[in-house]
Design a protein around this ligand. Sequence first.
Ligand SMILES: Nc1ncnc2c1ncn2[C@@H]1O[C@H](COP(=O)(O)OP(=O)(O)OP(=O)(O)O)[C@@H](O)[C@H]1O
Ligand SMILES: [Mg+2]
Length: 198
Amino acid sequence: MTETVKIDLYANNLDLTKKIASQLAQLVTAGTIILLNGNLGSGKTTFMQSFGLALGISTTITSPTFTLIDEYTEGRLPLYHIDLYRLEPAQVPSLHLEEYWRGEDFPLGVVAIEWASKLPNMPTKHLEINLSVPMRSASSERSLNLKRLNLDPDEEYLEDLPEDRLIELIALGSPYIEILRQFQEGYSTLLPKVDDRE
Ligand SMILES: Nc1ncnc2c1ncn2[C@@H]1O[C@H](COP(=O)(O)OP(=O)(O)OP(=O)(O)O)[C@@H](O)[C@H]1O
Ligand SMILES: [Mg+2]
């Protein structure tokens, strides 16, 4: 069985999510495969935007929903950004995505696939990133409803709901486990400083 390591991160703001994406981008190597999962609007493309910037790509990364595959070659490594949202799993093999990680037809780079759960065959070794929208969106919906009812959507209604987005990083295979190990070493520096003298 392929060795697996999992890290759960709670990112309570967009800024931390961006930092996590940038930090990962510093650690990836040619041939890295990233499989992104998460509901509509959970932040997969946003994650890739920061990731791309940190790879040295100045073009703004957008969702390749219509183009299916976008190739960026100006960064430290080529980035192949793929979005399978519009496809059925049975249509995926005709894209020949394996060409991107075989390193023969394209220079080896980072392959990042949104809606990777649609892949009929996943490459065994990969880094999986699962993003989930927090309960807070449910709570903002609730506060909207309260507004409609002319009730004050006071913060106290929101207090007991979890606020943080969960970012699950799962490494399958030793090169990916090494990436996560290095990521963990630097992770504490990304967190806001807490003054513990008080
Ligand atoms: N960590 C975060 N905290 C707060 N807002 C976020 C975060 N990540 C993304 N967002 C916001 O959520 C919205 C949707 O994000 P995004 O388009 O990246 O989602 P997606 O997962 O790629 O969606 P799709 O499945 O439609 O491709 C954006 O407006 C973005 O600013
Ligand atoms: Mg997207």
